[in-house]
Ligand binder design. Structure first.
Ligand code: FAD
Length: 344
């Protein structure tokens, strides 16, 4: 289905979210697309529980708290979120509109596009063991999928981060679709997870609900494209083979700039070149804000992204509402902004 809209934002990081707010103040409705299944970009993905001290007016908050506040602030404008999908293609139409396509076949035709893609789309780090690709999507997954597919299977969760520990515990605590066995494997007996989550994992191991294997996956074995066993190099230098029908590899995420480089926009050192009046790129109607852009003096800071998003929204207002005068109004006093914000 094609969605016709004023604006599409690529990226639901802090700058993409604030962009939606600023567009709302200009009476521009938008859709936001992100490759991740949740909003927040680097703030949630890389430092959700760590403190930030340099957001104006907020002496201290965590990455996750900042994102929660931004979502709250954006609520009056109800941007539609399209998560778990990457924007893969952008084309200019003869009408002057933009044609946007995502990896899940979502199609938009919009008047303006805001690229708030940060350092790129976060994608799961892949297993590098020979033959892994053949099992992808059937017996090898990069995040916990439908729980029913693990019923009566020997499931291995690979990784040492919070996502791996949490996936292993969810499987263990399954009541409906119980796996035959659940093993958490990591190369070292050290886990990067919240203390309470690690404790729950250690308790499950002590109670025999969860197996813990310290070692590295070295081989996948099966027949007729069906995975049966895996080889593991253990911490003591042995190689062992164990039954495995399902693997969930939680090896972390890495950002990939990917398709953005093919949209025909001027770039410098993997960043989109913008003017500092509207943060527009060299293509009319396409703006770039936050970590993805470059200009003299650029600093990759959240507050700089917020400023860019504000001026980009003014730039977009001239395109979306060409006959309206774009005046500077204060949220404190403007009845028009109060109307847009839904304040009585
Ligand atoms: P991001 O946060 O990177 O979000 C971009 C989003 O776009 C991602 O969710 C990505 O999945 C999505 N995306 C990319 N390409 C596509 C595509 N093609 N399709 C769909 N989605 C796509 N800054 C500060 O100001 N103060 C700090 O204290 C601070 N601390 C930091 C600590 C760490 C450890 C790190 C790594 C960074 C820190 N930063 C800090 C920097 C700050 O996080 C970034 O400046 C900020 O996240 C940039 O926001 P953004 O919205 O531009 O991009």
């Amino acid at each position: 289905m094609t969605i016709k809209t004023d604006a599409v934002i690529v990226g639901a990081g802090p700058v993409g979210l604030f962009q939606a707010f600023q567009l709302g103040l200009q009476d521009i409705r938008c859709h936001i697309v992100d490759a991740l299944p949740y909003v927040g970009g680097q703030c949630v993905e890389l430092y959700g529980d760590k403190p930030i001290y340099d957001i104006p007016g907020i002496p201290l908050c965590t990455g996750r708290q900042l994102v929660e506040q931004l979502q709250q602030q954006t609520k009056p404008f109800a941007p539609t979120l399209h998560l778990n999908q990457e924007v893969i293609a952008v084309e200019c139409l003869p009408s002057g509109e933009l044609d946007i396509r995502t990896s899940t076949q979502q199609h938009f035709v919009c008047k303006t596009l805001f690229i708030a893609a940060g350092v790129g789309a976060f994608q799961a780090r892949k297993l590098t063991v020979d033959g892994a690709q053949a099992f992808e999507g059937t017996q090898l997954h990069y995040r916990l999928g439908e729980l029913a597919s693990y019923t009566n299977q020997d499931v291995w969760v690979i990784g040492g981060e919070e996502a791996a520990v949490s996936a292993a515990l969810q499987l263990v605590h399954q009541t409906q679709h119980k796996p035959r066995s659940v093993t958490l494997m990591h190369r070292r007996d050290v886990f990067q997870a919240a203390p309470e989550l690690e404790k729950a994992m250690r308790d499950a191991v002590a109670q025999g609900q969860l197996q813990l294997q310290i070692g590295q996956l070295t081989g996948l074995h099966g027949n007729a494209n069906s995975l049966q066993t895996i080889s593991i190099a253990t911490a003591t230098g042995e190689t062992i083979e164990r039954p495995a029908q399902q693997l969930i590899a939680c090896l972390g995420l890495s950002p990939k700039l990917g398709p953005i480089t093919q949209w025909g926009l001027a770039m410098e050192r993997k960043q989109l070149v913008v003017n500092t009046e509207t943060y527009g790129t060299d293509v009319p109607g396409i703006f770039a804000v936050g970590d993805i852009n470059t200009y003299p003096g650029k600093k990759k800071l959240i507050l700089c992204g917020f400023h860019e998003a504000t001026l980009a929204a003014f730039g977009a207002a001239a395109i979306v509402h060409p006959t309206r005068k774009t005046l500077l109004q204060y949220t404190t006093t403007s009845t028009e902004l109060h109307r847009l914000l839904g304040i009585a």
